[in-house]
Design a protein around this ligand. Structure first.
Ligand code: SF4
Length: 339
């Protein structure tokens, strides 16, 4: 299965009043056609910055993307970091689409839903308005909006939250992109609607055979749809693996802490959820060693001195943590933390 996207050594920094913030610090990953990858982490970990870098949506005036050091974002073999804004405009919405937490940020409140979907088709393909409107109606049916022909003529405010999210997905998928990036697509919705939207994304992914990148702070929502998960912390990927590897054999203390904060379906509500103490580090002066060290209950001396290399556990599972390194002094640490 060929890679449709390869991100290599991505570094993104922002100029801020307080100094240069190193938001993404050497991120590498690849995505194959038809695959669903979840990027998970707390806010500020670099997950949204990574996806916006892929889309070319970072504000030019204060963003610095390093071009040296072999940095590349290869889409079907072409380096998007070399693309002009014009070239990116052609790709966005047609080859790579993005949906956000709040549909109102991408839907136009003054335009009928059907016209918005048709417009997206008309911008990227040579076709008649009539044909685009027919396609738009098909898209509304595809995202399972009832009474599509009537809904075509309505405005976003006439839709419920869940229906608006479906409409935004219809706009994003109107040109049948190769990649859909969904950034916290269900965070603003209630739990039942969340599950419906995740199922819909899963169904559409199969139907259109597109690759999906799901960006979320909530490991719980990706379990049923993702193939792979990568966990980000302070601008780096700290652990990656298949869904089963991350849920049942995670090896990074941060991944474990995230898992412990996912509510269990069968919990009796009396169970107290583990909540991660402390805050992520300041990325203007990131720590020298492991960025999780100030919050980690297993931290060792070496953790504060040097960043851990990735240890490979399987073809898919890798983890950056000194606990798994032969050089580390792990005496006295709980056995279940060491593999
Ligand atoms: Fe904790 Fe050290 Fe592993 Fe970082 S490298 S997660 S501080 S044990």
């Amino acid at each position: 299965n060929e890679n449709i996207l390869e991100v290599k050594n991505l570094h993104v920094s922002f100029k801020t009043y307080a100094g240069i913030s190193h938001a993404v610090r050497g991120v590498d990953f690849s995505l194959r056609k038809g695959e669903t990858l979840a990027i998970v982490g707390e806010s500020g970990c670099g997950k949204t910055v990574t996806s916006k870098a892929i889309m070319g949506l970072l504000p030019a005036q204060n963003t610095m993307i390093e071009k040296g050091g072999g940095a590349q974002i290869l889409f079907q073999g072409d380096n998007l970091l070399d693309y002009t804004e014009n070239q990116m405009t052609q790709i966005r919405g047609s080859k790579i689409s993005m949906i956000f937490q709040d549909p109102m940020t991408s839907l136009n409140p003054t335009m009928k839903i059907g016209e918005q979907i048709a417009e997206s088709i008309l911008i990227h393909t040579q076709t008649s308005k009539e044909h685009a409107m027919k396609e738009a109606e098909k898209m509304l049916e595809l995202v399972k909006i009832p009474n599509a022909s009537k809904r075509m003529k309505q405005y976003p405010f006439e839709f419920s939250g869940g229906m608006r999210q479906r409409a935004m997905i219809a706009v994003a998928l109107a040109c049948k992109p190769e990649i859909l990036i969904a950034d916290e697509p269900t965070t603003a919705l209630d739990v039942t609607i969340q599950a419906q939207i995740m199922d819909l994304i899963g169904d559409l992914q199969k139907e259109l055979n597109m690759a999906v990148i799901l960006v979320t702070h909530d490991l719980g929502v990706v379990a049923s749809v993702a193939d792979y998960i990568q966990v980000m912390y302070a601008g780096k990927i700290v652990e990656r693996g298949t869904v089963d590897e991350i849920f049942y054999q995670s090896t990074h203390p941060y991944t474990r802490a995230l898992l412990n904060s996912v509510p269990k379906i069968h919990s009796n509500n009396k169970e107290t959820l583990y909540s991660l103490k402390g805050t992520p580090p300041d990325l203007i002066n990131p720590p020298k060693g492991c960025s999780f060290a100030p919050r980690c209950e297993y931290g060792m001396k070496i953790c504060r001195m040097q960043y851990p290399e990735e240890t490979k556990f399987s073809h898919s599972q890798k983890c950056s943590c000194w606990l798994h390194h032969p050089k580390a002094d792990v005496s006295g640490l709980p056995e279940n933390m060491i593999r």
